[in-house]
Write a protein that binds this ligand. Sequence first.
Ligand code: AMP
Length: 192
Amino acid sequence: MKIVFFGPPGSGKGTQAKLLSSKLNIQHLSTGDILREKLKDNDQLSNKLKEIMSAGHLVSDEILNKIVSEKLTSKESLEGFILDGYPRTIAQSNYLLSFMNKNNLNFDLIIDFKIDFKTVEERIVNRSKQEKRSDDNLDVIKTRLEKYMQETYPVSEVFKNQFNDKSYLLDASQEISKIQKELIEIAKKGKN
Ligand code: AMP
């Protein structure tokens, strides 16, 4: 199955993508995780990435499109994938849609995680205590939520309109296990 997750930072889509991808035995493609892994290289690029990410800004479309197209053409993606954190801009979305077209690929499910920003702020402040992510403090969270509204929300609308019959809106304020159950049900239906 080929799935795209949309939702603001802190909506729990990373946690759910991890659980669902292992349940369905497909690749979890979190661009945030891939970029955080790159930060460990400690070279010129990683220093630049660190600066952008710690401020809550978006990394360039060029870098992201390259990362994702490489991953999508790898054999690990043959069985399917969950895109988590990409596409985040209209330019990324245009790139992805034309990539899918060119390679004769189709999405099976589009999931939108809906949650209010107050809950997100509380969640991220808690996560910062556990995971020590440099972009998990209140100032940066506000920037990340702004970026989401300006850049990514419009992309989720494009997908909702274009893949209307495959799109689902999830109440992401529910318990992790409840959301997971709902997702598995949706995935089962999506397979038919
Ligand atoms: P995430 O873990 O998805 O919240 O991503 C953490 C950070 O990585 C974001 O705040 C951005 O700086 C960067 N990032 C992840 N995915 C993308 C993307 N698709 N486009 C641009 N920047 C991204």
